[in-house]
Design a protein around this ligand. Structure first.
Ligand SMILES: Nc1ncnc2c1ncn2[C@@H]1O[C@H](COP(=O)(O)OP(=O)(O)OP(=O)(O)O)[C@@H](O)[C@H]1O
Ligand SMILES: [Mg+2]
Length: 457
């Protein structure tokens, strides 16, 4: 069996400055990425052509032969799956915005810190599928009534300019929803810029958001425009807003109240026209009661709240999402197609999904790598999911509402699978354990899609 499920991500960097290339290569390789480099655009394109399997392209905008924008255009047509980050050394704010409009996922202004690079690379690779240009790949998959209601709300609010707070556990799809709001808004032709407020220390976050002038602090060897300016006319998505320091909370409040801000090291007052979408996976009301989050900021941010429910509260979405992630994997590689076996489907349905959709996405990628035949079997799923079968299924009366029919089906499935396991696949015994007639059990096994050989292996 192929156990190579911890594949290293491969990155191609194109930049005409040798020291930048070697700095980036070293930074990326120390963080566990594989990195190839090219000193000009043509060489970079040749490498993309000859060596498939890059997970990310980082390219400078200004190159001696062809521009980074052309590379962006070519790669967008030929490799629509490949996320691109641009390096904007001497680039103007207009060319940075152009790159973002053309589908670059992010930009790194020069000079950069390793922290900025690694956070941009991490975001680009891990959220790449939700961010990849081409709406097809930003598809939001759902079947549950609760998600249908969320999406109805999203389409209603998209066209407005209201500030939106997206709440929900980690991995539920908050950023995907924020992007959907942007791409259905009147600002959709302008940049969508995402900043993870929780990942950056206070000083760095301030200059990321508001920019800095040359000489503002040690290392500020060039002016940085800041994300609020680059996002002007578009949407700024601030993730993990609950982790912002009190000082940053005050600065953010100022932009929301007056549309004004000042770059670090400057007393200039700049204005910006940005639609703000923030997200958090912590409870801001609780943070407010502990004086960790400003009440005035909370009410400014929470003009409209979109709550994305955890996956365990919308079991109807599990199988459509699993199929979606599986078919996406199939689209990436030329290999025989592969289906989800009914026994694996039962496991996915009864698991609690603490990591939500992201965990399911990763599980399906792993299963695709491990799968040897044309079906994903339980052994291709992470071990923790198998042991969850022994726990009672989760029963979760919640404010989001439930689908009683699918919930009851899941519970029934769970008990039948466990009875079959306990009786080592002997159906007469399993039926007796469940107080059912054997024929009733067989009919239920059939209609619930439980694998015929459950318990025998
Ligand atoms: N309904 C969905 N359909 C398709 N893909 C989804 C859906 N929901 C989430 N995903 C995928 O799951 C992954 C996690 O989603 P996303 O990054 O939007 O979650 P998040 O709530 O912002 O997570 P975190 O709290 O960790 O920042 C992404 O790759 C995204 O594309
Ligand atoms: Mg997120």
């Amino acid at each position: 069996m192929n156990n190579n499920n911890t594949k290293k991500n491969r990155i191609l960097v194109i930049d005409d400055e040798e020291h930048i290339l070697s700095l980036l290569k070293e930074t990326l390789e120390l963080s566990g990425y594989l990195c190839d480099t090219a000193l000009c655009g043509q060489e970079g394109l040749r490498m993309l052509r000859n060596k498939s399997g890059y997970d990310l392209l980082i390219t400078d905008i200004q190159l001696p032969d062809i521009s980074g924008l052309e590379i962006l255009e070519i790669s967008g047509k030929k490799y629509p799956f490949l996320p691109v980050i641009v390096i904007t050394g001497f680039a103007t704010i207009e060319s940075t915005k152009k790159a973002l409009r053309m589908g670059a996922m992010d930009y790194i202004p020069k000079p950069f810190t390793t922290g900025t690079v690694l956070s941009a690379v991490h975001n680009a690779i891990h959220a790449s599928f939700s961010r990849i240009r081409g709406r097809r790949f930003r598809k939001i998959v759902f079947r549950s009534r609760i998600m249908e209601q969320v999406m109805e709300l999203v389409s209603k609010i998209a066209k407005t300019d209201s500030t939106i707070l997206v709440t929900g556990e980690s991995g539920t799809g908050k950023e995907l929803i924020a992007r959907a709001i942007h791409s259905n808004s009147l600002r959709s032709t302008q940049p969508f810029i995402s900043v993870n407020s929780g990942a950056l220390p206070e000083g760095l976050l301030e200059s990321e958001l508001f920019g800095h002038v040359k000489g503002a602090f040690t290392g500020a060897t060039a002016t940085n425009h800041g994300r609020f300016r680059v996002a002007d006319g578009g949407t700024l998505f601030l993730d993990e807003v609950g982790n912002m320091s009190p000082t940053m909370q005050v600065k953010l409040l100022r932009v929301l109240q007056d549309g004004e801000f000042s770059p670090v090291g400057s007393s200039d007052v700049l204005t910006t026209d940005v639609r703000l979408i923030t997200a958090t996976n912590i409870n801001l009301e609780e943070a407010m009661s502990k004086n960790e989050f400003r009440e005035d900021l909370y009410y400014r941010l929470n003009v409209i709240e979109v709550h994305v429910p955890p996956l365990r509260h919308r079991t109807d979405d599990i199988l459509p999402l699993a199929e979606h992630f599986l078919s996406r994997q199939m689209g990436l590689e030329e290999r025989d197609s592969c289906v989800l076996s009914s026994s694996s489907a039962s496991i996915l349905l009864s698991y609690r999904w603490p990591g939500n959709v992201r965990e399911l996405e990763n599980a399906m990628e792993r299963a695709w790598i491990l799968c040897e035949n044309n079906a994903i079997l339980p052994e291709d799923l992470p071990g923790r999911m198998l042991s969850s079968l022994d726990e009672p299924p989760n029963i979760f009366p919640s404010g989001d509402g439930i689908r009683l029919d699918s919930l009851l089906e899941n519970i029934e499935k769970h008990y039948i699978i466990n009875a079959l396991k306990q009786s080592k696949g002997n159906r007469t015994l399993a039926a007796r354990l469940l107080g059912l007639k054997r024929t009733t059990l067989l009919a239920r096994v059939n209609s619930l899609g439980i694998a015929k050989d459950t318990g025998r292996n």
